[in-house]
Design a protein around this ligand. Structure first.
Ligand code: PLP
Length: 750
């Protein structure tokens, strides 16, 4: 059963609100502008909802309009204020010199300011009011700037952190400012008294779906006498202030929620909410000892917890919670390849890792105490799963999950590899990244492996190697610290032993003078090569750095081919497009320049010249890291790998036709079942971080054997399927929509 802890994003609809909406749709469906009986009933309902809203919000005067939501309310308020400023300026009054908004405001506010400022031709400078590390507005700054502002926008409570603004402090500043004042009341509705009239607020937008009403309904308060320009003109509804036939079902539902607020029996008291928060906080501390909270609890809505766990990125925690059936959200918006740190936490000046690793847990005032208990239990189970798999500190007697031979970590396209031999308990880290030091150190401390070496494939251009930091973090794990060269290779050693495996090295100057590949052998058999940026999936490392050796590059590529052959898996130093691995055969087919060198059509100088031409205009990429490879992949755009649910079910029912692979990480698998997909003869669990271990085995399958990957949402499984296809297995698929859309066991097998 899912536990929904994302109430700041939206809430379910309260039963009495659903009933009110249904009644409107089924019976009281009249148009409130009609003058017959049906219309009059609807009008009465509309008036009643507004009257309740006025009581709840303590707004005996001013306008209270029903809108489609807060975004519309914000547009209307900004349009109204800026139209008035425009008129004032046209009449010769140029005292308003700027527009101000809180740095942690919901994007709807600064975007609306930008939009209407341009549309109305005002072109006033727009500035963010800084906030302190506690998330509250800098009132000294505001005091200095408000006298020349035309509009000031400050939210009542923040949606990401729950930080409640000092509205009394802001009101005191605004009293001596000519500026209009907009307060976004969305997250405060039902939780805090806005005291809009007492504080002199000019505009306050609200949203229904953040407080148990449906999406598509909201309210806007406009102070009596505040400038107003309708956003929508038409049939004169809402006193001609907001045209369009009213959303009566939504308004009736919102009215029912507001009545529930008044009757006091549906929503928990502030003391109960504080207790719920306290319990969740304790569970988080038990689960992840080092958890840090990103805003001071004393200043926050009791219903919001924003936190980060050192060493664990927010995506990992979201997947973990999701596997436990806990729906929480990232404090940051994540795109497929780069997690954007939260601008709210950045504005508060939190360290970059904390802003990038934030998770928001928010509950509602209608949530039952038993649900909070269940959530706490599951949070503790999440902690136990991470301890089993060595992602957080664990007591010594904890039984750990097996360590795979190869684990891959990726940070913004840069790859780091951990090679670990379970039998000898020896491991090597290749290309450590600063963001991973804590995570790797935790892994090593927890499993007690010996760290035989920390290697770099070259001196990196885009990031500092964190080899020294990692060595310093785990002195006990380090093999007797003899002298090592600049890339971490033990002085004088021919190879590094890892039980049944051994690593040797191969100098490949080109991308840099010191570029080196590490070859992993099992006995006499070459397993794979870690090639740094010498060959990347779809690209060759750039060779226009000061430390590059462009004329040596062609010979290095030929040497690599002579040493490893066309089919050995090559693990790259960067993988911007989630291809995981490549081979010289695959890359030669995709990259004409590489093919030219390997087939002897280009000599070293011609290759270097062709490559220099490619790199001429290469800029830092959108990933904000330096592009480490010139992209020359000439293959067709990525094919669609999605297998629709119905086809996947048919395949599963056919029995044995397809290999089903769960690519969720082991801690997720421990927490959440795979709904009947796991456990068959042809079912495997290969986490994405360990995909490299299984690629050779899948590539050896008959080419017509379907391999169907699945995960939580279909995102990671699509990466796996695309990677396997690119490497040469055409029948690789991803279960569309992932486990989230896969029916429960009974329906699947029915
Ligand atoms: N303001 C805040 C603080 C919010 O949290 C949200 C919703 O996320 C909005 C405005 C936009 O509200 P709506 O979805 O009703 O347009």
């Amino acid at each position: 059963m899912e536990i929904y802890l994302d109430a700041n994003a939206t809430t379910p609809v309260l039963p009495q609100a659903r009933a009110a909406a249904m009644a409107v749709m089924a019976d009281a469906y009249g148009n409130p502008s009609s003058i017959h009986g049906s219309g009059l009933k609807a009008r009465a309902l509309l008036d009643e909802a507004r009257a309740v809203a006025r009581q709840v919000l303590d707004l005996p005067s001013g306008q209270l309009l029903f809108t489609s939501g807060a975004t519309e309310g914000i547009q209307t308020a900004v349009l109204s204020a800026l139209s008035a400023l425009r008129q004032r300026r046209d009449a010769g009054d140029s005292t308003a010199l700027q527009l101000l908004y809180g740095a942690t405001e919901h994007k709807a506010v600064p975007e609306a300011l930008q939009h209407w400022n341009t549309v109305l031709g005002l072109h006033l400078p727009i500035h963010a009011i800084p906030v302190g590390s506690d998330g509250r507005h800098d009132l000294d700054w505001l005091r200095a700037q408000a006298p020349i502002a035309g509009l000031v926008c400050t939210m009542a409570a923040n949606n990401e952190t729950g930080v409640v603004s000092d509205l009394d402090g802001i009101a005191a500043v605004m009293r001596s400012s000519p500026a209009l004042w907009l307060v976004d009341g969305v997250q405060a509705l039902g939780k805090l008294a806005l005291k809009a009239m007492e504080r002199g607020i000019d505009y306050a937008p609200f949203s229904g779906h953040k407080l148990y009403a449906p999406k598509g309904v909201g309210m806007l308060y406009v102070r009596e006498g505040a400038p107003f320009t309708p956003l929508l003109a038409g049939g004169g509804q809402e006193g001609a202030l907001r045209a369009g036939t009213e959303n009566m079902a939504g308004i009736a539902a919102l009215g029912a929620v507001l009545r529930a607020l008044q009757d006091g029996s549906t929503f928990a008291s502030p003391a109960t909410l504080a207790d719920h928060r306290q319990r969740l906080e304790s569970a988080l501390r038990d689960a992840f000892g080092a958890v840090v909270f990103n805003a001071p609890a004393a200043l926050c809505l009791p219903t919001t917890l924003n936190f980060a766990v050192p060493g664990l990125e927010s995506k990992l925690l979201l997947d973990l919670f999701d596997a436990a059936g806990l729906r929480v959200s990232g404090g940051s918006a994540c795109s497929a390849s780069k997690a954007q740190p939260s601008y709210v936490l950045q504005a508060m000046g939190l360290p970059a890792w904390q802003a990038a690793a934030a998770v928001r847990m928010s509950f509602g005032a209608a949530d039952a105490s038993a649900m909070i208990d269940e959530a706490c239990q599951r949070i503790r189970a999440c902690g136990a799963a991470l301890r089993t798999h060595c992602l957080v500190e664990a007591p010594e007697d904890t039984a750990h999950g097996a360590a795979p031979l190869l684990t891959r970590f990726v940070v913004d396209g840069a790859c780091c590899y951990l090679l670990a031999d379970a039998a000898s308990q020896r491991c090597v880290v290749v290309d450590p990244l600063p963001e991973l030091v804590e995570r790797l150190a935790q892994w090593l401390r927890c499993r007690g492996f010996t760290l035989a070496a920390v290697l770099d494939t070259h001196s990196h251009g885009d990031h500092a190697s964190s080899a020294a930091e990692l060595r310093a973090a785990v002195p006990a794990a380090l093999q007797a610290a003899g002298a090592v060269d600049a890339l971490g290779w033990p002085q004088g050693a021919m190879q590094i032993d890892l039980g049944a495996y051994r690593l040797s090295r191969l100098a490949l100057p080109g991308h840099t003078e010191d570029s080196t590949a590490y070859l992993l052998h099992q006995g006499a058999q070459l397993q794979l090569a870690l090639v740094g940026d010498t060959v990347l999936p779809g690209a060759l490392g750039r060779s226009d750095f000061a430390q590059s050796a462009p004329l040596a590059y062609a010979d290095s590529l030929r040497l690599l081919e002579a040493t490893v052959g066309p089919q050995t898996l090559l693990l790259p130093g960067h993988d911007y497009d989630n291809h995981f691995a490549c081979t010289l055969a695959v890359e030669s087919a995709a990259q004409p320049l590489l093919a030219g060198v390997l087939q002897g059509q280009l000599d070293a100088a011609a290759f270097a010249a062709a490559k220099a031409r490619l790199e001429q205009a290469m800029a830092p990429t959108a990933y904000l890291t330096m592009a480490c490879g010139a992209r020359v992949d000439a293959t067709a755009p990525t094919a669609c790998v999605e297998l629709p649910l119905a086809r996947a079910q048919a395949l599963q029912l056919a029995g044995g036709a397809a290999l089903l692979v769960d690519v969720r990480e082991p801690y997720e698998q421990q927490l959440g079942s795979a709904r009947g997909l796991e456990g068959g003869d042809l079912a495997q669990a290969v986490p994405l971080s360990g995909l490299l271990n299984a690629l050779p085995q899948w590539l050896a399958l008959a080419t017509d054997t379907p391999v169907v990957f699945y995960c939580r949402s279909g995102n990671r499984s699509a990466q796996a399927a695309r990677a396997l296809r690119r490497l040469g297995h055409p029948q690789a698929f991803s279960l569309a929509g992932g486990l989230a859309l896969w029916p429960e066991r009974d329906t699947a097998s029915a």
